[in-house]
Design a binder for this molecule. Structure first.
Ligand code: SAM
Length: 350
């Protein structure tokens, strides 16, 4: 969004406090690592194969360590409070910013809502990231999540360029001439913005389950002067015509889906792609690319961090899922030799 705004005092302090807490995890983690090294549990060979058994093994070894318990407490506090801090920051600003935001409801970007759309339990019943009420926990969740949590908190405390990563993944695509693109899981439009920059001449469509988040994406599109076509739909049942798109893409949608829904999403992408069309799904690192300790860490954070499908998502081989859906040339890999973001590319045969 091209709108600049200053946080008010209380909101800024709350976000700085939570962000500072996020940055302290590293020092606590060093003590946990030292205990793991002492006990030999930093070695794959000493860790149980089964993830539940490994969890019990590591909790047994680390439980008595104060740094581990403090780390868990801080993580729980961060998870529960980050949404609240950003909501507070927003509510201090809402009266001042609302007129400009509402003005951006009008413009070249269109949004088609479907009030009869069935909201699946795997989405409706989950407080993702432990944000109270989940994706629709506040009428202004688009602003709170897209502009405050992501831009003012996560992007600063995470230590990586979360928007650059969205841009970078698009360099993996073999073509520049996509005429019509469908984005799945558009949310507040962060990835849409990067698709727009990478493919400025393409007709850009984006869907999401959440009307609240899509309304914010519409404002982002309008503020950028973009002609996005947003619509409310499930990625596994988009209601779009067969063979309609040249590219189907998503960024960090899949780890929020049960594995059977992910399989259905790939089949739906196959259906709506033109013959020869491309698929690019970007998401979290699969467990097979991590050692046992790193798998446990990811699993532990997912379990405690409001990501109930992380384990099943990270256990999938997405290239295989793509082949099962009919795609060819499927490959799944970490970018630039790293582990994140993880890209899955595939092509629909001609
Ligand atoms: C982590 S956000 C993705 C964010 C966005 N792609 C980005 O790059 O910032 C996940 C989004 O997927 C949406 N979502 C979850 N399940 C979905 C489904 N089955 N179909 C469409 N959207 C879904 C959620 O409502 C949420 O907006």
């Amino acid at each position: 969004m091209s709108m600049d705004f200053e946080l008010r005092q209380r909101g800024r302090a709350a976000i700085d406090f939570i962000g500072g807490m996020g940055m302290s995890f590293g020092r606590i983690g060093a003590k946990v690592n030292a205990r793991l090294a002492e006990t030999g549990l930093d070695q794959d060979a000493n860790l149980a194969d089964d993830l539940d058994q490994r969890q019990a093994q590591l909790e047994g070894a680390l439980g008595p360590l104060r740094a581990f318990r403090v780390g868990n407490l801080l993580r729980d506090f961060y998870a529960d409070e980050h949404g609240r801090a950003c909501t507070l920051a927003w509510e201090e600003l809402a009266d001042e910013l609302r007129p400009a935001l509402e003005a951006a409801d009008e413009g070249p970007t269109t949004l088609t809502l479907d009030p009869s759309m069935e909201q699946p339990d795997y989405w409706r019943k989950v407080d993702f990231h432990r944000t109270r009420g989940g994706w629709e926990g506040h009428p202004d969740m688009g602003m709170i999540h897209g502009e405050l949590i992501h831009k003012r908190l996560v992007n600063r405390s995470y230590g990586g360029d979360i928007f650059g990563q969205r841009r970078r993944v698009l360099d993996e695509l073999p073509r520049k001439d996509y005429a019509r693109i469908l984005e799945l899981g558009t949310s507040t439009g962060h990835f849409t913005t990067q698709l727009q920059a990478a493919f400025p001449d393409a007709e850009l469509h984006g869907c999401d389950i959440s009307a609240t988040l899509l309304k914010h994406a519409r404002r982002v599109g309008n503020m950028g002067g973009h002609r996005w076509r947003l619509f409310q739909a499930r990625a596994e049942a988009t209601d779009q015509p067969d063979e309609h798109f040249d590219l189907v893409a998503s960024y960090i949608l899949l780890h929020e889906l049960p594995a059977d829904v992910t399989r259905a999403v790939f089949k739906e992408a196959f259906r709506v792609l033109k013959p020869g069309g491309d698929l690019l799904m970007s998401d979290v690192t699969p467990y097979r690319a991590l050692d046992r300790l790193a798998q446990w860490r990811a699993d532990y954070e997912g379990t405690h961090g409001g990501e109930p499908y992380w384990r099943e998502a990270a256990s999938l081989d997405l290239a295989e899922v793509a082949r099962e859906a009919g795609f060819i040339d499927a490959r799944s890999y970490g970018l630039e030799g790293g582990k994140y973001p993880w890209a899955t590319y595939a092509r629909k045969p001609r």
